[in-house]
Design a protein. Structure first.
Length: 525
């Protein structure tokens, strides 16, 4: 393919090795790959070439990616060019939102998946080629109209040609409407059409109904904000419903379903004329699961970091502690070196306490040996019941067991005992006298559930996100390792922990997924 027919793709990065990596992924006889090593050089190429798509690094000396994108979007001749940020910066919302506010179409985080990058670029190239094709057709149609007007002296022929053109346009319009309906109805995003004048709903797609729980017949005459759509950053004007405001793009919002569930999404709106009526087409991209996954990955990253630290430093700390402890014990029995008994006992107690904390700390180590065996989760609970019952009676509380028949699991009994004790004792401490701690097991699909519920005051919202973070504690004398150890144990058992809390109590729900060997061992009925 000649250079004139190739599609221009601009790659902007201050590091040559990154440009080489992008070029290796995108090399194609159909592409003309243009390198720019600064924001200033990128702006010159944007003026010089007809660019289809820009791949831009965020962190560059001089003009950074955000500033360069802002200048490109301010120019009328280049504001249509899609920009994909490729960055190794944090995925935190403030970085992502800043990129979108400067005109980014999408984010790709390093290290990127070559196939995903290539697919996204190909998609934007196809959009660019379609736009060029439409532009060519538009110019061709314009020229044909001029030629027809110039050459035609017969009014009847002009009317006939115009009538044919009108019929063709009507057919194209009909095809366009059918395409719009297909895109609208089968979009994976929540899409709704509302009247700009009265705010009432005109149409919603299937995804909108599936996520919200409302059918079109339920809301066809409603104009209020019954989804309780709220901006996550407070930037949007609250005087009218958010999904009625024009020209929003990927505004982070929360919305409430018919069942009362609060979900998160990215809201975009666009004004359009539908059947001669000004309307707003709103699109919500649901990101609830993605947000939860990002939080879970962040929490696991923190646990992994502590695990890497634990194995490395515990050995170095324990060696000098053992030496000190040995000399203190020697001083207790040698008359000539004898020190006040209470001083020595105090130091030995503190060393033993520090050693206990190190033992807990080592629980996070990635290479910790596990002694997993096929066994019953209910048996482990029953063995712990007398101990928990005695602890509950000391606080005038009680333990209630609701153990259903469950298939055997690969478990490290010692670790599962520690998990149940840590969560159970926390629950007992949270309750006042007369409270009931409920331990429940049951099967749910291919999962086995262990639920530990207390009747305490619940966990504060500001503390909930930090639950399971090493060294975070709300107790005056706590180490902040108990629940973090529980999360580490759950991770080693391929289990996940969910927390449901309210003013009436807190429930820790541990979900164990059955592996193939466990399923094979499950008794048939």
């Amino acid at each position: 393919m000649s250079d004139n027919n190739k599609v221009n793709i601009l790659m902007v990065d201050d590091r040559p090795e990154n440009l080489m990596a992008l070029e290796a992924v995108l090399v194609s006889e159909n592409y003309h790959l243009i390198r720019a090593q600064s924001g200033e050089e990128a702006l010159r190429f944007v003026l010089q070439y007809d660019i289809a798509v820009i791949l831009m690094d965020v962190q560059m000396p001089g003009l950074n990616g955000f500033e360069t994108a802002q200048i490109i979007k301010q120019r009328k001749s280049s504001r249509h060019i899609p920009i994909l940020f490729i960055t190794a910066l944090s995925k935190a919302n403030e970085h992502v939102n800043k990129g979108y506010s400067k005109g980014a179409i999408d984010y790709i985080f390093k290290p990127f998946n070559p196939n995903i990058l290539k697919s996204k670029v190909e998609a934007f190239v196809q959009i660019y080629l379609k736009q060029k094709e439409i532009e060519i057709q538009r110019n061709l149609l314009k020229q044909q109209t001029i030629d027809l007007t110039t050459k035609s002296n017969n009014l009847e022929m002009i009317i006939h040609e115009k009538t044919k053109e009108l019929v063709r346009s009507n057919k194209e319009l009909q095809v366009s409407q059918e395409r719009f309906q297909k895109v609208f109805q089968f979009s994976p995003n929540l899409m709704a059409i509302r009247s700009l004048a009265t705010h009432h709903y005109i149409d919603v797609n299937r995804t909108w109904s599936e996520f919200t729980g409302y059918e079109l017949d339920d809301i066809i005459h409603r104009s209020d904000n019954f989804l309780n759509i709220k901006s996550s950053d407070g930037k949007l004007d609250g005087t009218i419903p958010f999904d009625i405001q024009d020209s929003l793009f990927n505004e982070r919002v929360s919305f409430e379903t018919k069942s009362g569930e609060v979900r998160e999404g990215l809201l975009s709106t666009e004004q359009a004329m539908i059947n001669d009526e000004p309307c707003i087409i709103s699109t919500i991209t649901d990101i609830t699961e993605r947000t939860q996954m990002e939080k879970e990955i962040s929490r696991l990253d923190r646990l992994n970091l502590v695990g890497e630290m634990a194995a490395g430093i515990a050995h170095e700390i324990r060696n000098p502690m053992t030496t000190v402890l040995g000399f203190l014990q020697l001083m207790k029995i040698q008359e000539e070196m004898r020190q006040p008994q209470e001083y020595i006992d105090l130091m030995i107690d503190e060393l033993n306490r520090a050693n206990g904390i190190i033992t807990e700390f080592l629980t996070f180590a990635k290479d910790k040996a596990a002694d997993k065996k096929i066994q019953s989760l209910n048996d482990v609970v029953m063995k712990l019941h007398p101990l928990l019952r005695a602890e509950a009676l000391m606080g005038n509380n009680s333990i209630e067991l609701k153990l259903e028949e469950c298939p055997p699991l690969f478990l490290d009994e010692k670790e599962i005992r520690q998990l149940i004790l840590n969560i159970g004792l926390n629950g007992l401490e949270a309750m006042t006298e007369g409270g009931v701690l409920t331990i429940q097991t049951y099967k749910e699909g291919q999962s086995v559930i262990l639920a530990i519920k207390d009747q305490g005051p619940g966990i504060k919202k500001e503390d909930l996100e930090n639950i399971g973070t090493p060294f975070f504690t709300t107790k005056e004398d706590g180490t902040g390792l108990g629940l973090a150890i529980c999360y580490s144990i759950a991770s080693r058992h391929s289990a996940c922990i969910d927390i449901k809390t309210s003013s009436k109590g807190t429930a820790f729900i541990i979900r164990f997924e059955q592996k193939e060997a466990e399923v094979e061992l499950e008794p048939s009925h």
